[in-house]
Design a protein around this ligand. Structure first.
Ligand code: CA
Ligand code: CA
Length: 720
């Protein structure tokens, strides 16, 4: 069958979606309706289209925004460059696959399976990340445990169990060896700064950025102790940072948000002194503080500070200065205790535009200037006092030795505004790695299409770039602020969760939209999302599907990140967060993990097939620079298999990867570097003259490394 393959180089000012329209084909084909067939981006501004069954045609390319080429005629494959000239072969500036002819390097020495000492690791792509919610990981000190007001779990006898604040730094320090044995070299912990809200165990409701929450620390296990202990084991600490919002009670020492002390709240139908809610007895004030209050803000008004210092029972009448009513009074205005009034916020610190609702979620300005939730109050991040406070507070943790930062709720802050913060921290600690969370359930191409309703300005790629054209990622260079790879994650719902890789090449074909795709942080799930159904459950699929997912994540571009518990299918299928009104954490993906890390059970945990699998993937990735740092080339994918090349020219590291899911697969590639290849999985050696053929077992991988060290690690259920 005849076939034509045409390439098109996007012209200055053109949009990113290119179509080809044709007529007068030979042999004759049905009429092509405008704008015709979309082209596939292949990077560096080039697009490709394959036209099976066509020998010759007349054609134009267009961008759907009013730009089109003149009429062309073509009867052979060709490349049309941006100046309008055809080339029969690729023009020199197209980084086409299969043309690399770099000299074969001398054999790599047998690399240590242990990661290099921390001091020698300045490129974060050498790391892999273990992400944990500190309070749910491992409890090393029950004396700092604490129940949040909301979502308390009671046992059959009515006793409160499973305090939300349970795991702590002492426990984490005690289990650093577990994370290290699993092969991870960096630990991302949830925000450690002091929090306030009815459900703040995860750290995303900050009250004081300058202090570490005392519910995480113990004598001998402060934040500094954690950082030092991690470094002593060559592990890096990634601190999670909230920039977008504070809790609903303001910021200690900076700004107060008007409300009444919670100890004066009495639910409708109850009376003061009769509240019975776990450790909250008598009233709902903070049971761990002597005066049953928790807002010790020196900038609160005098009447508030006066009550903070006494009357723990909350019995003495207090006049609400806003309404003139007197509390405690059953059923009186819960919002005066637990909520905010957007009208009353201090404009020096907070935005004044109310709460996000409905269509705001896909609209740039409201998404960035309204409050995310009742306990996430939108900071005026563009104001100098806010910048000074947040930037200064985090610099102190960098001085303590924090190695990297993860930024929360990125899309809720305008990019150029947020980059001011990122740059200030990077200037303070040169080489600092900072990545962001821009949550999207979908490809996230924004104005580039792909079924996306939202604009580019709230999508991950936008924050990795500096340009200002939402239709053109290449209108600006790399911002130096990579993101969690929600685009790849979103495909897992329809790929690995269904036992196939089908569609993976489509998303990896868009790698060019990111500033530096090799710095994205890749993952199967996290504390908010999972790849099944509507993206809210711990991975539900079969174990072999998870194994095949990790094979993909650990061998494609990006920095792999595992969410704690994945290694044993912990809470498989549970919602990542509480769903119904009455759910408690033990029913969710945020259940307490520490029971699996006890001295009695840790050996069983470490024997889980996925634990062994992930451990080996980490060993392999740490030994092969191309798997850490190279982009993809030679990419092909056919559902039950895929293959690609990772070539890191700076180190000379070159790896050919084949992945099989569901059944065994035969791999074949042409145009690869000749030489001796050794499979890091099976140890098999192949002498290659530019063509390579190899077999991959179901749910395993072939990782053929040019002049490679041979087999790395031990065979398991899936890598074999
Ligand atoms: Ca504890
Ligand atoms: Ca905001």
């Amino acid at each position: 069958m005849p076939s034509l393959t045409l390439y098109f180089e996007r012209r200055p000012g053109w949009g990113a979606r290119i179509h080809i329209h044709w007529w007068n084909t030979r042999p004759a084909t049905p009429e092509c309706t405008w704008p015709g067939l979309p082209l596939t981006p292949v990077g560096h501004g080039w697009y490709r289209v394959e036209l099976p069954g066509i020998e010759s045609l007349h054609l134009v390319f267009s961008d759907g925004l009013g730009h089109q080429t003149r009429d062309h005629h073509r009867a052979t494959d060709g490349w049309l460059d941006a100046r309008g000239h055809w080339h029969d072969g690729h023009p020199p500036h197209l980084d086409a696959p299969a043309v690399s002819r770099a000299p074969v390097r001398p054999p790599l020495s047998l690399l240590s399976l242990d990661p290099r000492p921390l001091a020698e690791r300045s490129d974060f792509r050498e790391e892999t990340i273990y992400f944990l919610i500190t309070t749910r990981f491992y409890d090393g000190d029950p004396s700092n445990n604490f129940f949040c007001r909301d979502r308390i779990q009671f046992d059959a006898d009515g006793n409160p169990v499973d305090p939300h604040w349970r795991g702590d730094f002492k426990g984490l320090i005690a289990r650093l060896d577990y994370i290290r044995d699993l092969g991870f070299t960096a630990i991302w912990i949830t925000p450690p700064v002091e929090n306030r809200s009815g459900l703040d165990y995860h750290g995303y409701h900050p009250y004081d950025w300058t202090r570490i929450d005392p519910r995480l620390e113990s004598p001998g296990a402060t934040y500094q102790d954690l950082i030092d202990a991690a470094h002593a084991k060559d592990l890096k600490i990634i601190q999670d940072v909230v920039v977008n919002h504070s809790c609903q009670y303001g910021i200690r020492g900076q700004v107060h948000v008007d409300h009444l002390p919670i100890k004066y709240y009495v639910p409708h139908g109850s009376e003061q002194g009769r509240v019975a809610h776990g450790p909250y007895q008598g009233n709902l004030g903070n049971y761990a503080w002597p005066n049953r209050d928790d807002i010790d803000n020196p900038v609160a008004p005098a009447w508030y500070r006066e009550r903070h210092a006494r009357d723990p029972e909350g019995l003495e009448p207090l006049v609400d200065p806003k309404t003139g009513e007197t509390v405690p009074k059953p059923g009186y205005a819960p919002g005066r205790f637990f909520g905010i009034d957007p009208q009353d916020l201090d404009p020096a610190w907070y935005h004044q535009e109310g709460f996000i609702s409905g269509g705001d979620w896909e609209s740039v300005h409201p998404l960035q200037y309204k409050h995310l939730a009742g306990d996430c109050i939108d900071l005026a991040t563009e104001r100098q006092n806010v910048k000074d406070y947040l930037i200064g507070a985090i610099k102190r943790y960098l001085d303590m030795g924090v190695d990297a930062l993860r930024i929360d709720t990125v899309k809720h802050i305008e990019r150029d505004n947020l980059l001011e913060y990122i740059r200030a921290w990077k200037a303070h600690k040169p080489g600092l790695f900072v990545f962001g969370e821009n949550l999207v359930k979908g490809y996230g191409w924004g104005d580039l299409g792909g079924g996306d309703n939202g604009p580019s300005q709230i999508r991950p790629w936008w924050y990795t770039r500096l340009g200002h054209d939402p239709h053109d990622p290449e209108s600006g260079g790399d911002s130096g602020f990579p993101q969690l790879d929600f685009g790849l994650f979103s495909t897992f719902r329809d790929t690995v969760s269904k036992g196939t890789y089908a569609g993976t090449a489509q998303i990896l074909g868009m790698d060019w939209i990111y500033g530096d795709v090799t710095q994205l942080v890749t993952f199967l799930q996290n504390h908010d999302v999972g790849p099944d159904n509507d993206f809210k459950y711990r991975f539900k699929g079969e174990q072999w599907m998870a194994a095949a997912a990790y094979n993909l994540i650990w061998t494609v571009r990006g920095i792999p990140c595992l969410y704690f518990g994945e290694e044993i299918e912990f809470m498989k299928g549970a919602p990542q967060d509480v769903e119904g009104e009455k759910d408690t954490l033990h029913q969710t993906g945020r259940a307490y993990f520490g029971d699996h890390l006890s001295d009695a059970r840790i050996a069983a945990t470490q024997a889980h097939p996925l634990y062994r699998h992930i451990r080996r993937l980490n060993q392999i990735r740490h030994a092969i620079p191309a798997l850490q740092k190279a982009r993809l080339s030679h990419l092909a994918e056919w559902g039950s298999g895929m293959r690609f090349v990772r070539h890191h020219s700076e180190s000379g590291s070159y790896a050919i990867v084949g992945l099989a899911i569901g059944c065994d697969q035969e791999m074949g590639l042409d145009g690869v570097q000749p030489g001796i290849y050794r499979d890091a999985v099976s140890g098999r050696e192949i002498e290659c003259d530019g063509r390579i053929r190899f077999h991959v077992k179901a749910n395993s991988a072939g990782i053929y490394v040019l002049d490679g060290p041979g087999k790395i690690g031990e065979d398991g259920l899936y890598l074999r």
